[in-house]
Design a protein around this ligand. Sequence first.
Ligand SMILES: Cc1ncc(COP(=O)(O)O)c(C=O)c1O
Length: 412
Amino acid sequence: MLSQLMITEKSKPISPSTPDFIPLAVPAIQGNEWRYIKECLDTNWVSSVGPFVERFENAIAAQVGTRFAVATVNGTAALHVALLLAGVKPADEVLVSTLTFIAPVNAIRYVGAWPVFIDADQDYWQMEPSGVVDFLERGCHWQNGALHNRLTGRRVSAIIPVHILGHPVNLDPILEIARKYRLKVIEDATESLGAMYKGRRVGSIGDIAAFSFNGNKIITTGGGGMLATSNEEWARKAKHLTTQAKDDPIEYIHSEIGYNYRLTNLLAAMGCAQLEQLESFMAAKQRIATRYAEGLQGLPGISTMKEAPWASSVWWLYTILIDSSAFGTDSRGLMRSLSSRNIQTRPLWQPIHLSEAHKDRNQTKLPIAEKLYLQALSLPCSAGLTEEEQSRVIEEIRTIAASASSGEIPCN
Ligand SMILES: Cc1ncc(COP(=O)(O)O)c(C=O)c1O
């Protein structure tokens, strides 16, 4: 059992050069990527102006179900701009999931605001709505037309529910309280393109959403991001801010601080080709999830990922929980054993309220995220993972389970 929540030992990455190596999540480049990128090279449209940028934006808006989408260099930049558009000011507070990749919390700090961390729910590991409601109703008070944290006195201005691992957050209670206290909701949908909440695509439900197309996402442009919103004024402003806030098409005149955050035509071309394959990637992820659930069923100490009744998950990064007392070793022990068999797996993120970068000394314990952090392990789940490869992963886990239960693999 891991005795502490700060894991100090640095992991040794395994080399992907062996022929039987099974990676965690790699892109599937099987469609029009080469053709569209060649078209950019042939026509000389390679930078952030070019027909593929607009085409990719329109295609994402149509997919997500928002009126507008604005392409960005990456998902973190999209979150940064979303916070600016939402009117989050320095010294404000923003509620955010603690069990997340660090990017949304970093973005909160980029605008000078402070994160308030919300625990995960036990079943689906997403931002727990009752934690949001509890903090806003009990921990805050209404003063001078805005909500303020009773403890810090700071204004609370927005909520970032992060749809982690391809599964949506239970948004309705969060939207309801956000409306009550006039808070903006920024969906971090970077890991969940294609997922649905009560029949609606994630990214179309809050005030604005961010997507990411980095290398391990369900569709990739190598690096890239997108803002999605139905607010026309925000979409116009997003384009302005992401292009150095240039006021005139010819003259270099600027009335505010902007950013060089636009996606290039080359990468947007790749995005268009990848988006054409989203349905097949989603089908592959669903198949992988079903096979893991069946293949690992009944193994003592292993819990597989669940889908809420109100959710349609895209199973972006298939993750299991390992209860070391029943399994015989913990998540890191299993990771090391699989690594020695050339299978790459990864733990989840250290909950951000514990990270040195954002440690919050006022924060009480967030026990569910802390437990999930110790127990979770993400398994290979690239859209291109073959049935044989997945069977090998399952078989190896079963073999490790047998030796762990006989005490051959030591726990941490
Ligand atoms: C939850 C979450 N938010 C934000 C990001 C940031 O996206 P990017 O890497 O494109 O900046 C990522 C992914 O990397 C993510 O997983």
